[in-house]
Ligand binder design. Structure first.
Ligand SMILES: C=C(O[C@@H]1C=C(C(=O)O)C=C[C@H]1O)C(=O)O
Length: 376
C-alpha cells in the first residue's frame, strides 16, 4: 500500500479501492476475495467466521444492492490518513451543470413534506437534492478524496469503489467527508454520534458564533434532533447494556456547518453482535430518513425517487466485531467515465421547517463536496 509520506512520482499503484479516514483510526484496502450485495449475507459471513473483514457501502434503500467486499490487502492505522503527495498535487476542477431538482422545486417539495407532516402520520422526514458536476479533465477519485480529507477539520474522508454492487455500478466511486458516526464498536464499547439540526458556518467570527448560539437555543432544531436520539436509543436498547445518552445535544462543527450532536455510548450485550449488525440495526436513522421510518421512507421515495448510496452507510467491520460505520453524507458519486459526478445534500423537515431555510441549508451542506471539486 502507498506510504503516506513518500513523495510519489507517479500515481501510486497501491491506491486503495476502499478507504475510511477518521481521527480515531483509519483503514484502507485493496482487492476482492468475495463480495456481497446483500448486507445480511455479509453480516452472516462475519459472524460465522467465513469472512475476516467486510468493507464498503450500503445504500439508503433497504433492498438496494450494497457494495461490500472482503478485501485482499488491508492496512489499519491509529490516526487519520495522510494522503500521498501525488494525489495532493492534483487540483480537480468541475462546474455545476444541473440541479436535481432546482432550488424552486426543492422548496415546493419541502412544502409537500410539510403538508404530509401537518396531516399527521409522519413526524420528521429528510429531503435531499443533488447537483451534477462535469469536468473537462478526468476526475481522479483519490485526488478528490485527498482534498476532502485535507479540508476536513477532523481529517474525515472515505472512498468506496461501488463496482461490487452490480453492472450498473461498475467503475463508479463514492467519495465523501462525513462528520456523522453511525456506529462504532471497539471491544465491548459501542458509540454513536448522531447529528441533526444545522446552521451554516460564516467567515466572520461574530456571525459564526451567533449562528452557533442560535442553533444551540433553537427549539425547532432540538425537536428535530430528538427524533434521531430516540430512534437510536430504541434500536440499541436490546443490543446494548449501560446505554448512556446525554439529556441534551451539544454543538459540533465541520468547516462548513454547525450541527447539534449527541454522543451515545453503551456496552455490547452479546459479543457476537458485530459493528455491521449494529449498523444494520440503526440504519436509516431519522438523521437521513425520518420518523416513523417506513412512512418517512415512503414519503421520500414518492418525492425524490431512489437515492442510491447517498444517505446510506460506509465503513468496515471485522470478525472480532469491531468496526466503524459513517452516515454517507457530504459525498459525491463519480461516474465510471470520470468526467462527471453527482453530489447530494439533505435536511430534516419538521412541522416548523421553512422551505427557504431548507434550500439554504442544503446549499451550505453541498459546499463540503463542491470545494473539493473547486466549484466556485
Ligand atoms: C442529510 C444530511 O445531513 C444530515 C441532516 C442534518 C439536519 O437535518 O440538520 C444534519 C446532519 C446530518 O445528519 C446531508 O448532509 O445530506
Amino acid at each position: 500500500m502507498a506510504s503516506g509520506n513518500t513523495p510519489d512520482v507517479g500515481r501510486p499503484v497501491t491506491a486503495p479501492d476502499f478507504l475510511l479516514s477518521r481521527p480515531t483510526g483509519s483503514l484502507r484496502s485493496q482487492g476482492v476475495v468475495q463480495s456481497f450485495t446483500d448486507p445480511a449475507d455479509a453480516a452472516l459471513a462475519l459472524r460465522s467466521g467465513a469472512c475476516g473483514l467486510v468493507v464498503g457501502a450500503i445504500g439508503f434503500e433497504p433492498d438496494a444492492p450494497a457494495a461490500l467486499t472482503e478485501p485482499e490487502l488491508v492496512v489499519r492505522t491509529d490516526g487519520p490518513l495522510e494522503p500521498p503527495a501525488y494525489f495532493r498535487g492534483i487540483r480537480t476542477r468541475a462546474r455545476v451543470v444541473e440541479e436535481i431538482p432546482s432550488p424552486a422545486e426543492h422548496r415546493a417539495r419541502v412544502s409537500t413534506a410539510l403538508t404530509a407532516i401537518n396531516a399527521g402520520g409522519v413526524g420528521k422526514a429528510v429531503l435531499a437534492r443533488a447537483v451534477r458536476l462535469e469536468s473537462d479533465e478526468p476526475i481522479d477519485p483519490h485526488a478528490v478524496c485527498a482534498t476532502l480529507i485535507d479540508s476536513s477539520s477532523h481529517a474525515d474522508g472515505f472512498l468506496v469503489d461501488l463496482s461490487p454492487a452490480g453492472d450498473h455500478c461498475v467503475g463508479r466511486v463514492l467519495v465523501g467527508s462525513s462528520p456523522e458516526l453511525l456506529v462504532r464498536r471497539r471491544g465491548d464499547v459501542v458509540e454513536c454520534h448522531p447529528l441533526a439540526g444545522s446552521a451554516p458556518r460564516d467567515a466572520d467570527p461574530a456571525v459564526d458564533q451567533a449562528s452557533a448560539r442560535a442553533l444551540r437555543d433553537s427549539g425547532k432544531d432540538a425537536f428535530e434532533h430528538s427524533f434521531v436520539v430516540n430512534s437510536i436509543a430504541e434500536a440499541l436498547g436490546p443490543l446494548c447494556v449501560d446505554l448512556e445518552i446525554p439529556a441534551r445535544p451539544s454543538l459540533t462543527s465541520t468547516r462548513e456547518m454547525w450541527h447539534l450532536g449527541t454522543r451515545i455510548r453503551g456496552r455490547i450485550a452479546d459479543r457476537r453482535t458485530t459493528a455491521l449488525d449494529l449498523a444494520l440495526a440503526v440504519h436509516p436513522t431519522p438523521a437521513v430518513c425520518g420518523t416513523p421510518t417506513d412512512e418517512a421512507r415512503r414519503l421520500i421515495a414518492g418525492i425524490e425517487g431512489p437515492r442510491g448510496f447517498y444517505a446510506g452507510t460506509v465503513g468496515w467491520a471485522d470478525a472480532s466485531g469491531d468496526g466503524d460505520w459513517m452516515v454517507s453524507i457530504r459525498c459525491a458519486e463519480i461516474d465510471a467515465g470520470r468526467t462527471g459526478a453527482i453530489a447530494w445534500a439533505g435536511g430534516g423537515i419538521v412541522a416548523d421547517s421553512d422551505p427557504d431555510d431548507e434550500v439554504a441549508e442544503t446549499a451550505a451542506k453541498l459546499r463540503t463536496v463542491l470545494k473539493a471539486f473547486n466549484v466556485s
